[in-house]
Design a protein around this ligand. Structure first.
Ligand SMILES: [Zn+2]
Ligand SMILES: [Zn+2]
Ligand SMILES: [Zn+2]
Ligand SMILES: [Zn+2]
Ligand SMILES: [Zn+2]
Ligand SMILES: [Zn+2]
Ligand SMILES: [Zn+2]
Ligand SMILES: [Zn+2]
Length: 323
């Protein structure tokens, strides 16, 4: 609790020294004390403390105490302020021991800072001069303390009972354990989340792998279907290719790159063949690797199926001839 400066007039007994002016002329028409932060009635120039005017009820504030029809607040004339400025005044806390005599203009600043203003201890609520409060609160038995280590709150007088070194350490340990439990839960939730993402990705990968292997198998089967149709015509086609090559050769004078490209394309076409990455051929029935070799117009099995492991793949090793 801080004692607010009393915003009403100043008691005449606080005026220090004697002056060649009638103090009655500088008294508030309401509180009868020496004017403090004065304003005047615009009609009759009667001065009042601002606080005394503010204290009046709405009904009263419409009239001037002097009987004017209407009270209109106006600035205090310079003359009055100058005379008030000559006064030296005892501090409002003189009754509590302050011996300061202060010029009217400096009074408010002093009283705000005055060490004798009355304040209450935050522990025992005893009222003391502001200047003694820090020392008192540093010793007051009822003052609330907060431990910076364990954040425990307790009154100073209960330190030995409630906040021994052992209890402080025990409380810190309890808080650390709570923190650890909280972190542990958060971490295990994160792990759970990550492993569910991992599971999802693995399922997507497996589905994609199966699809890709199925597509490879379809391509191999299509290739053999094509070769099957091509095979009976292979011989006449080869003769035809030879004829084309010869005629190309014969009119090759002045030939350009296009004819050369055509010859190379024909070469590639003759050699075209799809094989397992082990080097072997695929079975024409099941598309599994069977390491076959061409034998005239037929196919002859050379090895014992694929010599690479295909055990984890749907492109399997051919077993057709073992059935
Ligand atoms: Zn007044
Ligand atoms: Zn008036
Ligand atoms: Zn003072
Ligand atoms: Zn106290
Ligand atoms: Zn503590
Ligand atoms: Zn193979
Ligand atoms: Zn093989
Ligand atoms: Zn097969």
């Amino acid at each position: 609790m801080t004692d607010e400066h009393d915003e009403h007039g100043i008691e005449r007994n606080r005026i220090n020294g004697s002056y060649d002016l009638k103090l009655e002329d500088f008294a508030c028409a309401l509180c009868k004390k020496i004017l403090w932060k004065p304003v005047v009635c615009k009609n009759c120039s009667t001065p009042f403390c601002s606080a005394c005017i503010a204290d009046r009820s709405d009904e009263q504030s419409k009239q001037c105490v002097n009987g004017c029809e209407e009270f209109v607040e106006s600035k205090c004339p310079r003359f009055i302020l100058q005379q008030l400025g000559r006064l030296n005044i005892a501090c409002a806390n003189h009754q509590y021991g302050c011996t300061e005599i202060i010029a009217y203009e400096a009074l408010e600043a002093h009283e705000t800072e005055c060490g004798y203003q009355q304040q209450s201890c935050r522990g025992c609520e005893k009222v003391l001069p502001k200047k003694d409060l820090v020392d008192h609160e540093n010793k007051c038995d009822l003052f609330d303390l907060t431990c910076s280590e364990c954040n425990m709150n307790f009154k100073r007088r209960d330190t030995d009972l409630l906040h021994t070194e052992f209890k402080c350490l025990k409380e810190q340990f309890r808080q650390l354990r709570n923190q650890f439990e909280t972190n542990k839960n958060a971490t295990s939730q994160q792990i759970q989340h990550l492993s569910s993402i991992h599971q999802q990705l693995r399922e997507e990968y497996e589905a994609y792998k199966q699809l890709a292997e199925e597509q490879v198998k379809q391509i191999i089967i299509k290739n053999y279907e094509f070769q099957e149709k091509f095979e009976p015509n292979n011989k006449p086609t080869n003769e035809r290719i030879n004829q084309i090559e010869q005629s190309v050769q014969s009119c090759k004078q002045g030939s350009d790159g296009k004819i050369q490209d055509l010859i190379e394309t024909l070469e590639k076409y003759k050699k075209a063949d799809i094989r397992c990455y082990c080097g072997g051929h695929f079975c024409r029935t099941c598309a599994g690797c069977s390491d076959w070799k061409r034998d005239g117009n037929n196919w002859k099995r050379v090895g014992n199926g694929c010599h690479l492991s295909h055990s984890s793949s749907s492109v399997h090793v051919c077993n057709c001839d073992k059935k």
